[in-house]
Write a protein that binds this ligand. Sequence first.
Ligand SMILES: [Fe+2]
Length: 365
Amino acid sequence: MKHYSIKPKVIVAPLSYEVLNEFKLGNHILILVSKTVFETFEFSIIFDKLKRKQNLYIYSHIRPDAPFEDLDKVIDDLNGKHIESIIAIGGGSVIDAAKTLSVAFEGVSYKDVFYNKALMPNKKIKVIAVPTTAGTGAELSFGAIIYDNQNLIKGGLRGEIIQPNGVIIDAKLHNACPPKLKAEVGFDCLTHAIETYISKKTNPLAKIQSISCIENIFKYLTLACKDNDECAMEKIAISSALMGINLAYSSTCLPHRIQYVIGPLTGTSHAQGLIALYKGWLKHLADSRLTELKDLVNDLGMNINQFLKKIQSLKDSLDINYTITDLGIHQNQIDEISKNVTGNVSADPSYRDVGTIKKILTNSL
Ligand SMILES: [Fe+2]
């Protein structure tokens, strides 16, 4: 049986008081908004209207990776307040912070859940996600990646309950995102589409969504990045959200497993690591004539060579053609990195043993 649920309500419209009122927000609302977005856009008209009937608690301090310290600040400040919903306006870290806090405001220690000392609870307060970068899929995924900044451990809370209860896609809000970051995060979206198609955990519904997303990225990502084209941006933002659902019902493959090791090692972003690793992973898939890759390119109406060239020209046009050497990795580190790769590596149909990981890394130098 293949299961795939497309939920919750997703609204594609400019962010406004009226659009927010499509969701029952309650009387005490926490608003988490990314600092750059807060400084770039004028939200006072919306917030002032909300304040007429509701109490708002507005924070714009969440840093990349959603560190515990930033989450605890909100929990401590709002201790005793009966927060009923959270509106998260920002990139993946702001949305993941909101998802984590939605559990914490039901009285559960998010740290216990993070360290597997407690189960994910079966209730939380409502979260409305308004993504301002397109790629992580945090707005619809079943996970929240956060960072224990004291013990330097990055990890996640996972479970269907943590999926936001509503999403508002406003392409204009993506204009505050610098073009290079837009391009890199857009490539992360592409990796979600390719990997959730290739993964052993995939299903026919996820594959259809992947193909549509890959076609959108090929057609519209350069326009969205270079021309700030809002129609193009909207298509990428919708694809990113749908890939959040794909991540929930399928899985990523080896590039994501390996990036979790090279990211902290090199101090580079999730997307930068993936871009570099795609050089080696796609070559490995093509060299091993992987059936799943043949199916993917067939669905796109291409052959493997045309597909590889298309990815290469996309990287060139966006000026993101990185290798792991560019990220600071040397050949003599490959054995050590390969040994440290954990997680469900077998979901990648090209995985045989640690030698596969070494090959991908060597191809990516
Ligand atoms: Fe990713």
